[in-house]
Design a protein around this ligand. Structure first.
Ligand SMILES: [Cu+2]
Length: 611
């Protein structure tokens, strides 16, 4: 994998700044530079066991690894400065005429609680080819630490750009110690005083939707001879050795094409990588980011049997059998402690995590035995029965480090760290007592529940697909496809509201910018709670969600999601939308304006829809 250009990242540290006397630079303010350009790379193709050559739009910068964007890190109270240079070509007249022009771009800092205006997290910005833009994201001192991410949010071009793998991790690092009145960062418990910090692995899951075209420009998408074949029953999209796969056409997207392509979910820009940074005898933090387009990631980790044929020697049609034969170890327990970057009030123990596009999930894992482990993806969803896929292999090094009880060992390890790192005895005692009571970590959770008394109003949003008689489809929220300049919801800063989210057809990951929300209830058609493990109505995709805070949530047809959110601090215009990129591009999105109380906001009033 080669990148066309390695761009420089200049890190300006506090030491290099000249400041007036009495003014202290509180800390380093990180500065990053990204260029957006077409790069050449390779993607492993499990159907052919070959590397497919690709030419894709990509974020390039220091620390990037080809088809995944560089990781950015920043701390609360800092300003994240980011220069984005768009080095893509100006669209040709033909591209413009065919409405296939995808070379303008921008940045969304997904999940950050920052201003949606000006040169901050403003998705109304368009950076044209040849232009550069200086972003400044003021991370407030009371911003939670956690796993966030960034990606382009250029309406109409998001599928093409995200479907090229243009996404990277954006980590907020924190070292705030909790007090009796304010929360702290869970990170402090992962950094042991003996210097043995927990390991960390960032995994950016991508679904790169590349296709190869013949001389007439026709996509090489072979069809099954069976005219009744369903999308996943067609052969996978083909690429010959002399082809170069691209993501340049809208026709490569949509539910049918994304299923027909049979592309695999990759990790950090690679399909079926072997990730080899994990060690036995030490807790490891997995920072998982779903930066894909459509398919869920439902990952379990199981020991791979010794002597198994290498995964990369096994063609995709044989993977199911290979997994059944070789990924036979007991699933490794994951101690799930954050959703969408926001620390939960307790660890949740599970052997399979579930993620949909846009969401993040942090967990801790502990390996007792060295060796190779399977990352198995359970894709048994409604349209693809019995499908299991591989995400990749984990290579765990070190000596055997068996413990009698991993959960108990985790509690002890975290308690020992708390004992040493937290000086206030009352705070320390509370944290230790919480940890010993079912691994509770409420002192590290940044959002208080929204009480009934706090609610000032109600909102409803139905993610809607209308299928018309001629077979065409309309994608919208509440029936009106997204339109620039039309403000669909006018909300008031300081309010707290309860929302009801539904879907008329299919499942849609709902995402709203700026303020996260608290999940209050998820019910099925009969009104049954679907989040309780072991109950009849249980849906594992919603396991343990009640009470948790997040910014992205799958809303399935037949489910009613109730959530509550506070509109805090930031005013301005932003969006809420389905995070299946093609649905958002086709109009399943609304413009939201957060205004000051008492401010009637006349701008765009003629477009205002009030409900
Ligand atoms: Cu959708």
């Amino acid at each position: 994998m080669k990148s066309a250009v390695a761009t420089l990242v200049a890190s300006v540290t506090a030491a290099s700044l000249v400041l007036p006397e009495g003014v202290s630079a509180q800390s380093a303010s990180p500065r990053y530079e990204l260029s957006v350009e077409r790069i050449h790379g390779e993607v492993y193709n499990p159907w052919t066991l070959e590397m497919d050559a690709v030419e894709l739009r990509a974020f390039q910068g220091e620390g990037g690894q080809g088809l995944v964007a560089p990781t950015m890190r920043v701390s609360p109270g800092e300003i994240l400065s980011l220069r984005v240079q768009n080095k893509l070509a100006t669209c040709s007249p033909e591209e413009i005429a065919q409405l296939e022009c995808y070379n303008s771009t921008n940045i969304h800092t997904h999940g950050l609680w920052v201003s949606p205006s000006g040169n901050s997290d403003n998705v109304m910005i368009s950076i044209s080819p040849g232009e550069q833009f200086e972003y400044e994201f003021v991370i407030p001192p009371d911003h939670p630490s956690g796993t966030f991410w960034y990606h382009p949010h250029m309406h109409g071009a998001t599928s093409i750009q995200l479907g090229s793998g243009m996404a990277g991790a954006l980590i907020i690092d924190g070292d705030r110690v909790p007090t009796m009145t304010s929360p702290g960062d869970i990170d402090i418990l992962f950094s042991q005083p003996n210097g043995q910090s927990f390991g960390e692995k960032i995994m950016v899951f991508s679904q790169i939707q590349y296709g190869c075209h013949d001389q007439e420009g026709k996509l090489k998408a072979p069809r099954s001879p069976d005219p009744e074949a369903r999308p996943w029953e067609h052969p996978a999209w083909a690429c010959e050795a002399s082809d170069v796969g691209t993501v340049d056409r809208w026709s490569q997207f949509g539910v049918s094409m994304e299923n027909r392509s049979k592309r695999f979910t990759g990790i950090n820009g690679q399909v079926h990588p072997t990730l080899s940074v994990l060690e036995t005898g030490r807790f490891q933090r997995l920072r998982m980011i779903h930066a894909g387009l459509r398919h869920a990631v439902r990952m379990s980790i199981r020991r791979l049997v010794d002597g198994a044929p290498p995964l990369r020697d096994v063609p995709a049609q044989d993977h199911r059998a290979w997994i059944a034969q070789n990924c036979t170890g007991e699933p490794i327990e994951q101690f799930h402690f954050a959703d969408d970057g926001l620390t939960r009030t307790a660890f949740r123990r599970t052997t399979q995590i579930s993620m949909f596009p846009g969401s993040r999930l942090d967990s801790l894992v502990y390996f007792e035995q060295p060796g190779l482990y399977c990352m198995v993806d359970d894709q048994r969803w409604q349209m693809q029965p019995d499908e299991y896929r591989m995400l990749g292999i984990l290579e765990v090094s070190g000596r055997t480090a068996a413990v009698a009880n991993v959960a108990g060992h985790l509690a002890e390890t975290l308690m020992a760290t708390a004992e040493q790192r937290i000086t206030d005895s009352a705070v320390r005692e509370r944290i230790v007592a919480d940890l010993s009571d079912g691994l509770k970590i409420g002192s590290f959770s940044w959002h208080e529940p929204v009480s009934d008394e706090e609610i000032t109003g109600y909102q409803k949003a139905a993610m809607t697909i209308e299928v018309h008689e001629d077979g065409s489809e309309t994608y919208s929220i509440d029936g009106q496809p997204h339109e620039h300049g039309r403000i669909d919801r006018l909300l008031t800063v300081g309010d707290a509201e309860e929302w009801e989210l539904t879907s008329t057809l299919g499942g849609h990951p709902f995402h709203i910018h700026v303020n996260p929300f608290q999940v209050v209830a998820i019910r099925d058609r009969e009104g049954r709670d679907v989040t309780i493990e072991g109950s009849e109505a249980y849906d594992p995709d919603y396991g343990g969600m009640i009470g948790g805070w997040r910014d992205t949530l799958i809303v399935k047809q037949g489910r009613v999601v109730t959530m509550r959110t506070r509109y805090r601090r930031y005013i301005g215009d932003f969006v809420m939308h389905c995070h299946l990129a093609s649905h958002g591009d086709m109009g399943m999105m609304q413009n939201v304006r957060l205004k000051m109380p008492g401010n009637q906001h006349t701008a765009n009033k003629e477009f205002l829809i009030l409900d």
